[in-house]
Every structure is written in structure tokens, then in C-alpha cells.
Design a protein around this ligand. Structure first.
Ligand SMILES: Nc1ncnc2c1ncn2[C@@H]1O[C@H](COP(=O)(O)OP(=O)(O)O)[C@@H](O)[C@H]1O
Ligand SMILES: [Mg+2]
Length: 228
């Protein structure tokens, strides 16, 4: 029989620039986890009507406050067994890192996407470049990509269902869900075995799964994009 730590709550935090696919992925995850019988809560922190962020602006201080508020509620819910899926631009690294330290079971997902595709998906970039609007992360405001995300997605190069599958695999690697639950979530697929010598975060060495090959490279790429 499967061990049962998998019935504890955890937080899936999806960060990325506008149009990268955060809301799409969060909704897919919410739907699948709910159908599999998990208590799930979804926060779209970029929805200005969201009660926790309502009234906050786009400046650094307000952006960080949004992360702290949503993160705080997510942590409380996860502590009581819920799965909390958060889609949040959360452009500044430090408050995300702080959350990672505070939330015991936390998966940081970086939805990375090249600027060309972002521009096709969202008009904000054209408008920001034309200086019609201000405070757009990645144009006139910074977006600080995670240096060690648990999951690095290239949403310009893979379909949303493939991205969802990789997030679910990360949950198995971290031992937040077991193989049976993975099967329920994926219509009967089997998870990949964890690579040897790389215990998952939440397993033995906390932080181990963060040393993902390619993650640094992507972070550097996204950083370079920001400086362009
Ligand atoms: N791998 C992927 N993951 C998420 N979204 C994707 C992916 N590939 C294409 N898309 C598309 O990109 C768009 C992302 O929009 P959205 O989820 O609103 O972004 P965000 O919430 O980050 O601003 C959607 O139209 C979605 O269908
Ligand atoms: Mg969104």
C-alpha cells in the first residue's frame, strides 16, 4: 500500500510574465486535482478583483505585499491539508524566496516564454513599448526569474497539457503525491522514476530537486531578455 504523506497539503506557486500561461496552468491543475478528490483552492493573484490583492498597485512594494498576502493564506490552507494553486506574476525574487522558506511543502513553477510569443499572446507588451501603459514586468519593470525553480516550463515550446504533466511529475518527485494519485490525475499514466542521487525536495535533502539541469541556463536567458 502507498504511504500516506501524500494526503498533506502543499502549495504550487506559478510565476512568470504576463501571457506566460500561469492562469491556464493553474486552472488545469485545479480541475484535475479537484476531480481526483483533493481539496483544492485556486488563487489568481493577477486578478485585480481578487480580495487579497484588491487596491494594490503595480509598484514593487504593492507587488511584494500581494505575494506576502496570498502566500500567507496559501500557507495556512496548505497546513490544514489543502492543495493551493497560485498563479501570480510575482516578479520579485526575494518575496518568492521568503515564501519558499516559510511554506514547508512548496513547489515553485517558472512559466518561461520567449518575448516574441508573449507579444503574440498579450497586447500589454506593445502598449508598454509604445509607452501607453507603465509598470509592465519585462518592459519598463523588472521580472526576476527564479534561479532554482522546481519546475521550469517553456510554454512557447510545449502544450499546456504537457506542462501540467511536468508539474504533476514534480509533485511525485517531491513525494507530495504518490504514483497511484499521479495515475488518477493523468488518466492512468505512470510517473517517471526519480533520477538517482537527486532526492526530491520534501524528500530527504530539502532543496535537492532545485538543482535542476537547465534551470540556471533558462534563468540566465530570461535575465538577458529583461536587460534587452
Ligand atoms: N504550455 C502552456 N502553458 C500554458 N499556457 C499555454 C501553453 N502553451 C500555450 N498556452 C497559451 O498561452 C496563453 C497564456 O495565457 P494566460 O494563462 O492567461 O497567461 P498568464 O496568466 O500567465 O498571464 C493561453 O492562451 C494558453 O492557451
Ligand atoms: Mg493570468
Amino acid at each position: 500500500m502507498e504511504l500516506q504523506p501524500q494526503h498533506g497539503g502543499f502549495v504550487i506557486w506559478i510565476t512568470g510574465m504576463q501571457g506566460a500561461g500561469k492562469s491556464t496552468l493553474a486552472h488545469h491543475l485545479h480541475k484535475r486535482l479537484t476531480a481526483a478528490g483533493r481539496p483544492v483552492e485556486l488563487f489568481d493573484a493577477d486578478d485585480a478583483e481578487q480580495i487579497l490583492v484588491k487596491g494594490l498597485g503595480h509598484g514593487k512594494e504593492d507587488r511584494d505585499t500581494a505575494v506576502r498576502r496570498v502566500g500567507h493564506v496559501a500557507r495556512l490552507l496548505a497546513r490544514h491539508g489543502a492543495v493551493v494553486v497560485v498563479a501570480a506574476l510575482s516578479p520579485y525574487r526575494e518575496p518568492r524566496e521568503q515564501l519558499r522558506r516559510e511554506v514547508r511543502r512548496f513547489v515553485e513553477v517558472f512559466a518561461d516564454c520567449k518575448m516574441e510569443t508573449l507579444q503574440q499572446r498579450s497586447d500589454v507588451y506593445r502598449r508598454a513599448m509604445a509607452q501607453e501603459i507603465q509598470n509592465v514586468a519585462g518592459v519598463d519593470d523588472p521580472y526576476e526569474p527564479p534561479t532554482h525553480p522546481d519546475v521550469l516550463l517553456h510554454t512557447d515550446a510545449e502544450r499546456a497539457d504537457a506542462s501540467v504533466l511536468r508539474i504533476l511529475q514534480a509533485l511525485v518527485d517531491a513525494k507530495y503525491i504518490g504514483p497511484t494519485e499521479f495515475g488518477r490525475l493523468t488518466g492512468g499514466q505512470k510517473p517517471k522514476k526519480a533520477a538517482k542521487g537527486k532526492p526530491a525536495r520534501g524528500g530527504k535533502g530539502k532543496g535537492a530537486a532545485r538543482a535542476r539541469p537547465g534551470a540556471r541556463k533558462a534563468a540566465a536567458r530570461a535575465g538577458a531578455r529583461k536587460r534587452r
